[in-house]
Design a protein around this ligand. Structure first.
Ligand code: GDP
Length: 421
């Protein structure tokens, strides 16, 4: 499994449209739910007078356990296909999904959007599609679920497909490249096996579509950006920051700079998986020993780059944000904490320039007095301390952030323009 490329996969969609059931079905049929757990549920099902072993009952049991917090956690489970090994990252609704997505803890490479055929596009369907776009999820698979509850009707499938297609097009996805699959998570149609209920459909199953996803390209051609997670001093070695390469390539002997600390040095050694390496690529977690820099010179939240293309330190920046939740209204002067790569910095929204239609990005109102949950907006942001951030158009990995306040993710956003320090 270690040889297969890895893919982080998110399941998104309106509540109750069948995300958990579909994940459960996929894991179950892909053999990722361990046989002893299946066996245990079979026994319990029999003990409770359920003569035959029913998949739905297993799923409900898993769900109950999740709700009790006992958790056989479906989020962060792994499963294999012929081509990839997948990690399922938390679904929206789970508490820290948005924050984890943005800070890179579980950035999804692709997502399965689940829509119940009887219901079609609902409020959260729109919200999640817009978020997926904001968060940089480039590849989508559309699962039109509960086909069993829609009489396996091809006409209904086409209707929903058209409705979803319009929504995807509006936010900028290339609809022609996206597979739409009629499925029943409940019965199992078109998840892994085809079954006999949807013979009018000849496209790929969910599993085949997962295999057809394009391998995420490593952004090696972008400038080096390596956010610092921690800094150690190792006796006999010196200062060793650790972190994950987001973009570019770092090599032994490179002349590097840390910003906003504004100190320079040279890469002496790179350590990866407890072994020395000549270079490190995007996605690699490394410790790197730098000549000429002390432990006190740098800290978590600093970003390492090459001296000839240093990380951008913003005095001020403009951003597009989506407000996910807020008990009241947000107006100019609001100063929550921005989580961007490994940095956590209080920033003031100095100006709300425009309110946008969250589905299309079109301006709805210039200079609104406030914005609230569900709104998208263009804002001007002033960090209270120097902060590294990049334009999302240039280095997307360093251009996204989450806004947190009162223990909650208030908003997600991306940096459009920067006034450098
Ligand atoms: P989530 O909130 O999106 O994770 O939705 P769940 O997976 O919890 O499913 C919500 C409800 O829809 C549950 O009662 C499921 O049993 C039911 N459900 C899920 N998938 C299907 C399906 O394919 N067909 C039918 N008829 N019901 C389904």
């Amino acid at each position: 499994a270690a040889q297969k490329p890895h893919m982080n996969l998110a399941f998104i969609g309106h509540v109750d449209h069948g995300k958990s059931t579909l994940v459960g079905r996929l894991m179950f049929e892909a053999g990722a739910v361990s046989p002893h757990i299946v066996e245990q549920y079979k026994k319990e099902a029999e003990a409770k007078g359920k003569g035959s072993f029913e998949f739905a009952w297993v799923m409900d049991s898993l769900k109950e356990e999740r709700e009790r917090g006992v958790t056989i956690d479906i989020g962060h489970q792994r499963f294999d296909t012929d081509k990839y090994y997948f990690t399922i990252v938390d679904c929206p609704g789970h508490r820290d999904f948005i924050k984890n997505m943005i800070t890179g803890a579980s950035q999804a490479d692709s997502a399965v959007l689940v829509i119940a055929a009887p219901d079609g596009v609902m409020a959260q369907t729109r919200e999640h599609v817009f978020l997926a776009r904001t968060l940089g999820i480039n590849q989508l698979i559309i699962a039109i679920n509960k086909m069993d509850a829609a009489k396996y009707s091809e006409a209904r499938f086409k209707e929903v497909k058209e409705e979803v297609g319009k929504l995807l097009q509006m936010v900028g996805y290339k609809v022609a490249e996206i597979p739409f699959i009629p499925v029943s998570a409940f019965v199992g149609d078109n998840v892994i096996a085809r079954g006999d209920n949807l013979t009018w459909y000849s496209g790929p199953t969910l599993l085949e579509s997962l295999n057809n996803l394009k391998e995420p390209e490593k952004p090696t051609k972008l400038p080096l950006r390596l956010p610092v997670q921690d800094v150690y001093t190792i006796s006999g070695v010196g200062t060793v920051p650790v972190g994950r390469v987001e973009t570019g390539i770092i090599k032994k002997g490179d002349k590097i700079i840390f910003e906003p600390a504004n100190v320079t040095g040279e890469v002496k050694t790179i350590e990866m998986h407890h072994e020395e390496a000549e270079e490190a690529l995007p996605g690699d977690n490394i410790g790197w020993n730098v000549r000429g820099i002390g432990k006190k010179d740098i800290k978590r939240g600093d970003v390492c780059g090459h001296v000839d293309s240093p990380p951008t330190v913003a005095k001020e920046f403009t951003a597009q944000i989506v407000v996910l939740q807020h008990p009241s209204a947000i107006s100019a002067g609001y100063t929550p904490v921005f989580h961007c790569h490994t940095a956590q910095i209080a920033c003031t929204l100095t100006e709300i320039k425009a309110k946008l239609d969250p589905r299309t990005g079109a301006v709805k109102e210039q200079n609104p007095a406030f914005i609230k949950a569900g709104d998208a907006a263009i804002v001007t942001v002033m960090p209270t301390k120097p902060m590294v951030i990049e334009k999302v158009k240039e280095i997307p990995q360093l251009g996204r952030f989450a806004i947190r306040d009162m223990g909650q993710t208030i908003a997600a956003g991306m940096c459009m323009n920067i006034t450098p320090r």
